[in-house]
Design a protein around this ligand. Structure first.
Ligand SMILES: Cc1cc2nc3c(=O)[nH]c(=O)nc-3n(C[C@H](O)[C@H](O)[C@H](O)COP(=O)(O)OP(=O)(O)OC[C@H]3O[C@@H](n4cnc5c(N)ncnc54)[C@H](O)[C@@H]3O)c2cc1C
Length: 415
C-alpha cells in the first residue's frame, strides 16, 4: 500500500496521478473469521484496528450494511473534548483525545485533528456552579480545562453577544486542547490501516441474523451468506437494540434521530467551538467556511435517518440570541443520524449474556470524540475476554447494580 507523504504527492504529480492505489480492499466474505465486527463506523473500525495493532488479532472481518463511515460517524458535528464530570468518562474521553493528537501520524492519514479549543457557555447561575465543579473534577482527573470570565469569552469569540437579553454569558468552561477532526477521514484512516493488516471490510452486507450454539455465538447470517466466527463485536450505534434482539438479549438503550445543519460558506469568523447549553445549540466553522450547527434530538424514538424543518427553526431561533449574525445566514443543508441513548448518558462496552459476543454502544449524541479510546478499550475486552480499566465501569451490569455513570449534565446540549 502506498505510503502517503510529500514525496508520494510530488511523484504522483509528475506522473499525472496514475499511480495511486485503492485505500482499502473490497473483498467478498470468507466462510469463517476468528473475529467479526458488525458495523464499520468509527468505533467498529477502531476496535478492529486496535485488535490488530495491540493484540495481534488480524483474522478479522468488519461487516457493514451500507458504506463505511456512512452512519453517525459521517454525520456528526465532529466535536472532540474530554471535560466530562465522572472519573470513568474523563479517563476514556481523555485517552481518546490524546490518541487523536497523533492519529494522523499513526495512521499515515490526515484526519485533520484541529485542537482549536472548545468552550461551553454558562448562561445561568446553575451552569456557573456546575461548570466550576467540572473544572475542579477535571483538575483531579488530569484533564486540562479552565473557567474563563465573560471578557475572555468575548475575546475568543468576537461574534458572540455576551449581554443577551434573556441569557447573558456569565463565563465558560474552556478546554484549549479540545477541538474537531474530519469525521469521515477518521473512518477512512482506520479502514485503510485495517485493510493493510489483512482484515476484510465487507460493505453493502447487512447482518440479518446471529447464529448461536446454546449460549455461544458461532456466526452471522448476512445478505452475502452465512459467515462463521469465534468472537463477535456488535458496534452499530442506533441499531444496537435490533442486533441485540437477534442475539436474544435486550439493551437499556433508546434510538432517536439527532440532527445538525450547515450554513452557506462565509469568511472565517469563528476559530473555536462554542456550545450554548441553555439556549440549546452549538457551532463551529468548517474549513470550507460553513457554520456547522448542532441541534437537539427528536423527542420520540425513531429510525428516520434524516432532518426535519422544525429542528432547523428551533435551533437557529435559539442561537440567534447569543450569535446575532446567524440571522443573516442562509442554511445550506440538514441531516440526521440515529443515536443510541442510555439512561445515564454513558456508553456500554461490555460482555453480553451470549458467550463470545461483545457490545459497544450507547455513545448517544457524543461518541465521535471517543472513537480511538473506545476502540482501544473494546479491543482489549474482546482480546482478553475481560474488560481493562478503561472499559470496566461501562459494563452492562451497571444498570442492574445501579452503578450509573451519570453524565446527563456534562453531556451538554448534545455532546
Ligand atoms: C447530528 C449528529 C451530531 C453529532 N455530533 C457529535 C459531535 O459533535 N461530537 C461527538 O463526539 N459525537 C457526535 N455525534 C455522535 C457520534 O456521531 C456517534 O456517537 C458516533 O459516530 C457513533 O459511531 P459508531 O461507530 O458507534 O456508529 P456509526 O458510525 O453509526 O456506525 C455503525 C454502523 O453500523 C452499521 N450497521 C447497522 N446495522 C447493521 C447491520 N444489521 N449489519 C451491518 N451493519 C450495520 C451502520 O450502517 C453504521 O455504518 C453526533 C451524532 C449525530 C447524529
Amino acid at each position: 500500500m502506498t505510503r502517503y507523504s510529500v514525496f508520494a504527492v510530488a511523484r504522483e504529480g509528475l506522473r499525472h496521478h496514475q499511480g495511486w492505489g485503492r485505500a482499502w480492499r473490497s473483498p467478498e466474505p470468507q466462510k469463517r473469521y476468528d473475529t467479526i465486527i458488525i458495523g464499520a463506523g468509527g468505533h467498529g473500525l477502531a476496535t478492529a484496528y486496535y485488535l490488530g495493532k495491540n493484540h495481534g488479532i488480524r483474522n478479522v472481518a468488519i461487516i457493514e450494511k451500507g458504506w463505511l463511515g456512512g452512519g453517525n460517524t459521517g454525520r456528526n458535528t465532529t466535536i472532540i473534548r474530554s471535560n466530562y464530570l465522572q472519573d470513568a468518562s474523563a479517563a476514556i474521553y481523555e485517552k481518546a483525545r490524546s490518541l487523536y493528537e497523533t492519529l494522523s501520524q499513526e495512521l499515515n492519514y490526515n484526519v485533520m485533528f484541529s485542537p482549536r479549543g472548545v468552550m461551553m457557555l454558562a448562561q445561568t447561575q446553575h451552569e456557573v456552579r456546575g461548570y466550576k465543579r467540572t473544572v475542579q473534577a477535571n483538575l483531579l482527573q488530569g484533564v486540562t480545562t479552565e473557567w474563563i470570565e465573560p471578557a475572555r469569552v468575548q475575546e475568543l469569540v468576537p461574534i458572540i453577544s455576551i449581554s443577551g437579553p434573556r441569557y447573558p454569558v456569565l463565563g465558560a468552561i474552556w478546554q484549549p486542547r479540545a477541538g474537531t477532526a474530519r469525521h469521515d477521514a477518521v473512518a477512512w484512516g482506520y479502514a485503510r490501516a485495517c485493510s493493510e493488516m489483512g482484515m476484510d471490510i465487507i460493505q453493502n452486507c447487512e447482518v440479518t441474523g446471529i447464529d448461536l450454539d446454546g449460549d455461544r455465538v458461532t456466526g452471522v447470517q448476512t445478505t452475502k451468506g452465512a459467515i462463521a466466527c469465534d468472537r463477535m463485536g456488535i458496534v452499530v450505534a442506533g441499531h444496537s437494540g435490533l442486533l441485540a434482539n437477534m442475539a436474544g438479549f435486550r439493551l437499556p438503550v433508546e434510538s432517536v434521530a439527532l440532527q445538525a445543519l450547515v450554513s452557506e460558506p462565509i469568511k472565517p469568523c469563528l476559530d473555536v467551538v462554542v456550545m450554548a447549553n441553555t439556549v440549546h445549540g452549538y457551532l463551529s466553522q468548517s474549513d470550507k467556511g460553513e457554520m456547522v450547527i448542532g441541534g437537539g434530538a427528536d423527542g420520540f424514538n425513531n429510525y428516520t435517518q434524516r432532518g426535519s424543518f422544525h429542528h432547523v427553526e428551533e435551533t437557529v431561533r435559539a442561537l440567534v440570541e447569543t450569535f446575532p449574525m446567524i440571522s443573516r445566514l442562509r442554511m445550506l443543508r440538514q441531516w440526521g443520524g440515529i443515536v443510541d441513548m442510555t439512561g445515564d448518558r454513558s456508553a456500554i462496552i461490555s460482555k453480553t449474556p451470549v458467550r463470545g459476543c461483545f457490545i459497544n454502544c450507547g455513545w448517544g449524541t457524543g461518541g465521535f470524540k471517543s472513537i480511538p479510546g473506545s476502540g482501544w478499550a473494546m479491543a482489549e475486552l474482546m482480546a482478553k475476554g475481560e474488560p481493562g480499566p478503561l472499559a470496566a465501569p461501562f459494563s452492562l451490569s451497571r444498570f442492574r447494580e445501579g452503578q450509573f455513570i451519570d453524565e446527563s449534565v456534562a453531556a451538554g446540549v448534545a455532546h
